[in-house]
Design a protein around this ligand. Structure first.
Ligand SMILES: Cc1cc2nc3c(=O)[nH]c(=O)nc-3n(C[C@H](O)[C@H](O)[C@H](O)COP(=O)(O)O)c2cc1C
Length: 157
């Protein structure tokens, strides 16, 4: 299966999980392309106007059997960089999407659940079908277990 692993990560937490997920999927024989979302000029974490966040090249996500999206929670919602990217993607019609977030706070109700909800509605708004989701709470004492749960859930198909 050809899988795009689309990742926004500013301080590396989400990327570290994505790299483990890539390894797990590859061990299962999948062709995984990890694509990092990097706005032109680097990321300004105070920027919330998604129209001011640019990408070069422009987003394009066709030709994959599945897309897995990973991003940090920002202000109890979707990260502006990911929102900007998805806003610019022409369509996700017929596309299968799984997604995950990392968040600092130890409980999913502290932003993770609402961010995932917003990510689902954004992807569905582009025509995608969202399947599995996962949340890693970085300051949870169970962080390693949460990462393992994510690998078990999203790493096999
Ligand atoms: C502007 C901003 C807003 C954030 N908002 C939240 C939040 O609402 N809930 C939360 O748990 N963590 C929040 N965080 C923390 C990040 O989601 C968390 O550190 C994440 O793991 C960072 O991922 P990264 O290292 O891949 O960038 C916020 C971080 C920043 C910079």
């Amino acid at each position: 299966m050809k899988i795009a692993l689309l990742v926004h990560s500013h301080t590396g937490n989400t990327l570290s999980v994505a790299e483990k997920l890539k390894e797990t999927l590859q061990k299962d024989g999948h062709d995984v392309e990890l694509r990092k979302l990097e706005p032109v000029g680097g990321e300004n974490t105070n920027e919330i106007d998604i129209n001011r966040i640019k990408f070069d090249p422009e987003p394009e996500l066709s030709g994959y059997d599945t897309i897995i999206i990973g991003a940090p929670v920002r202000g109890f919602s979707i990260s502006p960089v990911l929102a900007a990217y998805l806003n610019k993607v022409p369509t996700l019609k017929g596309q299968k999407v799984d997604l995950f977030v990392t968040q600092a706070f130890p409980y999913a109700w502290m932003g993770g659940n609402s961010a995932v909800k917003k990510m689902i509605s954004t992807c569905e708004g582009k025509g995608a079908t969202v399947g599995k989701t996962a949340i890693v709470n970085w300051k949870s004492k169970n962080r390693e277990q949460l990462i393992q749960n994510l690998l078990d859930k999203l790493g096999h198909r």
